[in-house]
Design a protein around this ligand. Structure first.
Ligand SMILES: *Cc1c(COP(=O)(O)O)cnc(C)c1O
Length: 465
């Protein structure tokens, strides 16, 4: 029995190439020229193992060398899709978490390239001596937020943890039950508090919390009042939460620190774009928050970073703390943040920072661009229409704001929508669209006009023969 099976297997596997044989095929030689022999050898081993298994399972009819060659190409392709690369965000979600959050300004992109070389990161050009990392960014932040001082760490999660650890650990932190939120999977306020070594003291109810609730909970161990912007979540209806100013008065009376985790971090008032309940950082500082923390890559529109701004004495304590070194931001993020903040400082953020540009685009303008794109595309086998729809802010900000837009809506006589979507996604660069109501939808709000050519290229794959 065992011998019979072995003989059958040998017959099926006759013609399975060795690694060396596979490496001598035309496709493999081409790949070796671009990615090197050692790497392609590893892929060839996987390709042969896969082909062997397929052959034994009876899934291959033709020649095994051809099948192994095809397997090698497929493995190389799927590997290349796993690497980090730019994509075209045609989803209409402005701060798309899966697509790297805020797209950066042209100036920020330039400064990233510059900073990739040697920089004066911790070097004073005037003095020729050691300088402080981030000092210019800190100055800009002071100017833009009205805070006495500021520092930058890796992200807002790190910022919140840092503040709670340094000022809350060993004591109690009071927070409203309506603000014990989870922000995107792995940032849960109660968990961050636990990690910081501060005891959580929850007050009020899910929908209503008043200043007296905080006041009653204040005791000997209380160190901090924490206010968290609910970000991706809204409680509507019969609700109440004290404003920053009321809590600031209470904190002052009891010599406590008021810390606000703002998250989304709007540096300018975005009410005219419908973002009515996104706190503006300078307003919180003005209202009396001792420390605020916010992200660099949400509404601010810069790189991943966590910004902590507030009273000089408190920021000074953080700056000197050993954790600051562990959480610090790298030179690339710092340079991109500086370029982004420069636009705010110059007063050109609304024209230069893509998040703000995209928020402010009117539906009429998007419709005009969509019509022009469809016209340029010419005849394809696709059915294309332009329909009214909604974009989204994303990034855990303004979940109830849906900017009006126009969408390029695509269907096909025979192809399923997910096949069309997949074909766009596997274009170069990948075009990320969404599917809704049996159509593939492209929202031009989230891509720059000069990137529309890539959408055209991806759609031309369906051109009429
Ligand atoms: C997004 C957010 C965070 C986490 O910020 P990251 O920059 O992603 O680390 C923390 N707190 C609030 C309120 C947020 O909205």
């Amino acid at each position: 029995m065992a011998k019979q099976r072995r003989d059958d297997n040998n017959a099926v596997l006759r013609g399975l190439p060795s690694v060396d044989e596979l490496l001598r095929t035309a496709r493999a030689e081409e790949m070796i020229r671009s990615s090197g022999r050692a790497h392609v050898t590893n892929l060839a081993r996987l390709a042969i193992a896969g082909t062997r298994a397929d052959a034994l399972a009876g899934n291959i009819s033709g020649e095994l060398t051809r099948a192994a060659e095809r397997a090698l190409v497929n493995i190389a392709e799927s590997e290349s899709l796993q690497g980090l690369r730019r994509v075209i965000n045609a989803t209409g979600v402005i701060i798309h978490t899966n697509l790297g959050r805020a797209p950066m300004s042209a100036d920020a992109r330039d400064s990233l390239l510059q900073a990739a070389a040697a920089t004066n990161l911790e070097y004073g050009l005037e003095t020729g001596k050691r300088g402080r990392r981030g000092s210019r960014v800190e100055q800009l932040l002071v100017g833009l937020t009205g805070a006495e001082d500021a520092i930058v760490v890796n992200n807002c999660a790190a910022a919140a943890f840092f503040v709670l650890k340094v000022f809350g650990s060993g004591g109690e932190v009071i927070i409203s039950r309506g603000e014990l939120v989870e922000i995107g999977g792995d940032f849960r306020v109660p968990d961050v508090l636990e990690q910081s070594g501060a005891a959580l003291r929850e007050v009020g109810t899910t929908n209503r919390t008043k200043v007296v609730d905080y006041e009653r909970a204040i005791g000997k161990r209380t160190k901090l009042l924490l206010r968290v912007h609910p970000s991706n979540y809204r409680i509507v209806g019969y609700t109440a939460t004290p404003g920053v100013a009321e809590l600031a008065t209470l904190a002052k009376k009891h010599k406590l620190i008021l810390f606000e985790d703002i998250g989304s971090g709007a540096l300018v008032d975005l009410r005219k774009y419908g973002l009515t309940d996104e706190p503006v950082v300078s307003h919180s500082i003005k209202a009396g928050a001792d420390i605020v923390a916010f992200s660099g890559d949400k509404l601010l529109g810069g790189p991943q970073a966590g910004i902590i701004a507030g009273r000089a004495e408190l920021i000074g304590t953080l700056r000197k703390h050993p954790l600051n070194r562990a959480l610090r931001v790298d030179k690339l993020a710092l340079s991109a943040l500086e370029a982004t903040l420069d636009a705010y400082e110059r007063g050109t953020a609304l024209e230069d920072v893509p998040v703000l540009v995209q928020l402010s685009l009117s539906a009429a303008e998007i419709k005009r661009r969509a019509e022009a794109l469809v016209k340029k595309l010419g005849r394809t086998s696709l059915n294309i229409g332009i329909i009214a729809g909604e974009s989204a802010v994303g990034g855990g900000a303004a979940p109830n704001v849906h900017p009006k837009t126009f969408l390029i809506a695509i269907t096909h006589k025979t192809l399923a929508t997910d096949e069309i979507e997949r074909s766009l996604r596997l274009s170069d660069p990948p075009v990320i669209a969404r599917i809704d109501g049996g159509r593939v939808l492209i929202d031009l709000r989230t891509l720059e006009p000069r990137d529309e050519q890539y959408v055209i290229t991806a759609l031309k794959k369906f051109s009429k023969k």
